[in-house]
Design a binder for this molecule. Sequence first.
Ligand code: HEC
Ligand code: HEC
Ligand code: HEC
Ligand code: HEC
Length: 236
Amino acid sequence: MTLDPLRALAALVLLGGLVAAAGAEPNYEGRKKCGSCHRSQLESWEKTAHAMAMDSLAPQARAEAKKKAGLDPAKDYRQDPDCVGCHSTGFGHEGGFEPKDPSKYLVGVGCESCHGPGAEYRLLHRKAGQAFEKNGRTMARQQLVEAGQDLQFQERCNACHLNYAGSPWAKASKPYTPFTPKVDPKYAFDFAKAVRSDKAMHAHFKLDGVFSGPPLPSFRDEFQSGAKPAARGSED
Ligand code: HEC
Ligand code: HEC
Ligand code: HEC
Ligand code: HEC
């Protein structure tokens, strides 16, 4: 068979388009939208290490830790593409953090870093919340997954916390985190322990059960059993 280079090229372009369409993810939008409905989680998150992650990239911040990891404590790393990806929300993705024109709603490890890019599923939250209020109807949680919401988390945590050479996480690729267990054993990442940290994770607030069915994070019942009542805002 002879290969017509033009047709081969056309086929490749078509294939690339299909792959891109299949893998298309919704846009990142920033925490303002989420926070207008989930005010309690927003206020709790603002006090966490994740909310302040960008501050650690400023000159002189965490100087001792930087020296130990072979970094220059005098340098400003807040626009460095080798750093910002794990200290901001959605860097390198549509709608995500742009070092040259940073939206304050994407600075730090925000809602969508863990819950997934929100442009589509937040519309379902609104719709489901309204239907639930009106007639008590619930929506299948599976629809959230199809709209890009992440209900399992661990892979997202790993992509920042276990992303270094020689990591137990098989998908590690550059740019790596400079803070590895080799630098200090305290940087080892234990998901089950970390997801319960009140230093890095927002507190949990009672859900009414607007969404139902699988998939549920394995720790949902545990977190909900200790949850406080939410002060819920509403989107303007
Ligand atoms: C228009 C208001 C609104 C917006 C905007 C919104 N949500 Fe929600 N969200 C809701 C409502 C209502 C529920 C159902 C709460 C319940 O069951 O009590 C919900 C549920 C959730 C849940 C629990 C889902 C489950 O498994 O039951 C998570 C997590 C969540 N929202 C995160 C977010 C994030 C992150 C964003 C921003 C990307 C966001 N929400 C934007 C209204 C909103
Ligand atoms: C976008 C990257 C990113 C994601 C996703 C992410 N983290 Fe983090 N995490 C960080 C960064 C950066 C810090 C350090 C913040 C600082 O001190 O400047 C951090 C800090 C922490 C800490 C505090 C460590 C300490 O000093 O004790 C814990 C615990 C933690 N994360 C757990 C998690 C868990 C659990 C998940 C997933 C549910 C997660 N993280 C998702 C980037 C991320
Ligand atoms: C692959 C993701 C990733 C990249 C890239 C990354 N970091 Fe981080 N960084 C993290 C995580 C995760 C933590 C939290 C580690 C912990 O406490 O367990 C962290 C923590 C830090 C801390 C706090 C350490 C401490 O002990 O106080 C500083 C400072 C920091 N990073 C600076 C940088 C700089 C500068 C760069 C670029 C040269 C960078 N990071 C690139 C993920 C990353
Ligand atoms: C570092 C990861 C991480 C970040 C950042 C994060 N969340 Fe969560 N969130 C979680 C985990 C883990 C749960 C518990 C999982 C569950 O029960 O569904 C959760 C649960 C929730 C819930 C369900 C009710 C509750 O309180 O447990 C809502 C709503 C929510 N988050 C909203 C937000 C909003 C809004 C933001 C940003 C202001 C945010 N989250 C930031 C990890 C994160």
